[in-house]
Design a protein around this ligand. Structure first.
Ligand SMILES: Nc1nc2c(ncn2[C@@H]2O[C@H](COP(=O)(O)OP(=O)(O)OP(=O)(O)O)[C@@H](O)[C@H]2O)c(=O)[nH]1
Ligand SMILES: [Mg+2]
Length: 278
């Protein structure tokens, strides 16, 4: 009899727990990941870089988890990640998509995954070592200790900190940033930067399904939306180094999307009321 009563109480306890509004909070606090930070690395054909960059992140003095968003690279990038997942089962994760769907949607996919798991600091980083993994610590510090909501690894705070880019590409990137500043009025030196840390509040407040662009324009749109929602953006100076391994995925359509996308962003913003969703 007393055993039956005990089972009844247990069932009732779980039933109450499931009905309560705080169930999600309960699950989040009790089953939260062991680190507060997740680095999202989108990959397409990065077999030369992927193992080195994963090992480098895991060798840093702070604990980071890594999510690889893989777009079915024909060079076997996913297989390398899966082999490493056996070595780092609690820290390394992969999300595989059917084909090359673009950088922007890869990050949106990663952001939703990260929020669902309860990470507080969510990073964007390229696989090709253009972004120095050591700078993850400085981006984290800007968000965790210096009041930033979005920390941006910036190439253009003190002059132009770019290594190994041909002069044409430096000029294009620099003047693209000047152009974006002029059109959007954001007070950011490196508007197209893709090395960032977001506090989870920012990603929860943005309607991620409404983010439209996929290339450089995606990076601009994310900063612009966070800024319009009243979040604090802070630039952290970094040195950007051109990739030495693997091939670039930059193309003319990514460039065109950015040029026209910026005007569209500004135009839309004139009629839009920016409101935090969560
Ligand atoms: N999942 C996914 N990743 C992508 C896609 N396009 C690019 N990437 C990854 O995004 C990161 C940045 O791409 P890059 O090719 O380095 O582009 P970039 O940095 O603008 O240009 P370069 O440095 O000149 O190559 C790298 O980690 C790529 O593997 C894509 O369509 N899907
Ligand atoms: Mg690159």
């Amino acid at each position: 009899m007393s055993r039956l009563y005990l089972s009844y109480c247990t069932i009732q306890h779980f039933y109450r727990l499931l009905r309560s509004n705080s169930t999600l909070d309960y699950l989040r606090t009790n089953f939260a990941p062991v680190t507060d930070s997740l680095v999202i690395i989108p990959t397409y054909k990065e077999k030369e870089n992927i193992e080195r960059i994963i090992r480098k992140v895991f060798s840093l003095e702070k604990d980071f988890h890594i999510l690889i968003v893989e777009d079915n690279s024909p060079d076997g990038t996913a297989d390398i990640v899966k082999r490493l997942m056996k070595e780092f089962p609690e820290q390394l994760f992969i999300e595989e998509r059917k084909g090359k769907l673009g950088l922007g949607t890869a990050y949106i996919h990663g952001f939703k995954w990260a929020l669902n798991k309860g990470y507080q600091y969510i990073f964007e980083m390229d696989a090709d070592f253009s972004h120095n993994p050591e700078d993850l610590l400085r981006l984290y510090d800007a968000c965790a200790n210096q009041g930033a909501d979005v920390a941006i690894g910036s190439r253009y705070i003190k002059g132009v900190n770019v290594v190994n880019w041909p002069m044409g590409r430096i000029l294009m990137s620099y003047f693209a940033s000047v152009y974006v500043r002029m059109v959007t009025r954001m007070k950011i030196q490196d508007t197209t930067a893709g090395f960032k840390c977001y506090r989870d509040e920012v990603l929860k407040a943005i309607e991620l399904d409404k983010i439209k662009f996929t290339g450089y324009a995606f990076q601009i749109e994310m900063k612009f939306t966070a800024w319009k929602l009243g979040f604090k953006l802070k630039e952290v100076d970094i040195i950007f180094t051109d990739r030495t391994e693997g091939e670039s995925k930059m193309n003319k359509s990514i460039f065109k999307e950015a040029i026209f996308g910026v005007m569209e962003l500004r135009w839309r913003s004139l009629f839009k009321k920016y409101k935090r969703v969560a």
